[in-house]
Design a binder for this molecule. Structure first.
Ligand code: PLP
Length: 373
């Protein structure tokens, strides 16, 4: 690595697409396209237009645009629902006088991905109208909230951060469309299910470029042409500070093309084999029992859960996690409900050498080097 910094800690990120750890690593073709873009000037409107065509071609959606990140996409999509392409309204934000400004969100979708999603909504000038509570929102509660005079649209979230018993995304989309209102789906980390999510027919669906897609930091906004254009138009208003640079737009398109070329079945099989081998190596350690855990949201990969036998080893999973993250390289695992008793590894982005490093570090932490006796 030829980074212009000395003394930075090498990180093995087994936590997933986690923003405080640099999120993802890009494949070489994406790195090269991104770097190449930095050598050139562009007609940026032409680049945005070509990106729109390419996103549409690859995804089958009407249109798409690129923003700085998904948090920006949320703010700008809420703005788009309020203003459309009305230039006076676009210039006027975040003052929403004369516009419908209520954005409905179900209680369990009020997630915090580093800040509360409400704040990304409020930044546009919109007001959050929450439906139901954190634990439960019924169809009736959602319907009643959507019927308020001031509603500009609905924001749904598809994320492992969501809680409670909410109206499922497909049913909520049908309901809001029956009322003649638009809907945004924040699916930031669900880009591996892009095709399925886009088929639900939301007006705008949002994905992060830098999560599993592994482009430079960027937000993809995909959906109905008029709404996407209203998002892009915000660049001349509140979206100025949320625009994607040329390197992000070029990088996102390269990443979409790379994924489009890749054989999905062989990717899934390779991930499965990597997880099997890792779990096997963990199982070779005494005091550890490892197993594969399917993604609860239906993403096409498994995580590896390693139960640590505290009675026999004298250490809890939490103790092991602390030692792993305090060492060099810094090894970071996932936070999950059973964190006292088990370590959860997301290994999609890791290579075999890094997985071996994790196993040998575990061996140094567990008594007797984790060796069976
Ligand atoms: C990561 C995430 C975001 C924010 O995405 P950025 O691209 O980092 O701005 C928004 N919503 C959800 C559900 C996320 O997981």
């Amino acid at each position: 690595m030829t980074l212009p910094f000395e003394n930075f800690t090498r990180v093995i990120n087994a936590r997933g697409t986690y923003t405080p750890l640099g999120v993802s690593r890009s494949p070489e073709p994406v790195v090269r396209a991104t770097a190449e873009s930095l050598r050139h000037f562009f007609d940026m409107e032409q680049l945005a237009d070509q990106a729109g065509h390419e996103i549409a071609r690859i995804t089958g959606a009407e249109w798409g645009c690129v923003t700085h990140c998904t948090a920006a996409s949320i703010t700008l999509s809420c703005a788009a629902l309020m203003t459309g392409i009305n230039v006076i309204h676009i210039n006027q934000l975040p003052n929403t006088t004369g516009m419908r400004s209520g954005i409905v969100i179900q209680g369990g979708h009020l997630v915090n991905y580093g800040h509360p999603i409400e704040q990304a909504v409020r930044l546009s000038g919109a007001k959050v109208l929450s439906a139901g509570t954190k634990t439960r929102c019924t169809s009736e509660e959602l319907y009643d909230t959507l019927r308020h005079d001031n509603v500009a649209g609905l924001l749904l979230v598809k994320s492992r951060l969501c809680q409670g018993d909410m109206v499922p995304v497909p049913a909520a989309i049908s309901m809001v469309h029956e009322l003649g209102l638009p809907v945004i789906v924040d699916a930031a980390a669900q880009d591996l299910q892009m095709e399925k999510l886009l088929s639900l027919g939301a007006d705008l669906t949002l994905f992060s470029g830098q999560k599993y897609l592994a482009s430079p930091t960027a937000g993809l906004v995909i959906g109905k042409r008029d709404f996407v254009q209203a998002v892009h138009a915000q660049e001349r208003g509140i979206g100025r500070g949320m625009k994607a640079g040329k390197e992000a737009i070029v990088g996102v398109i390269a990443a979409l093309q790379y994924r489009h070329r890749e054989k999905r079945d062989s990717w899934i099989a390779a991930q499965k084999e990597k997880a099997d081998v890792f779990a096997q190596h963990l199982n070779d350690l005494d005091h550890v029992r490892a197993e594969l855990v399917e993604d609860p949201l239906g993403n096409p990969f498994s995580r590896v859960r390693a139960w640590i036998d505290q009675d026999s080893s004298g250490v809890s999973a939490r103790d092991v996690e602390k030692v792993l993250s305090a060492g060099a390289p810094m090894i970071v695992v996932q936070d999950h409900a059973e964190s006292e008793r088990a370590l959860m590894f997301e290994i999609v982005a890791l290579n075999r050498e890094e997985l071996e490093t994790i196993c040998s570090r575990l061996a140094t932490i567990l008594p007797d080097g984790g060796a069976s006796q």
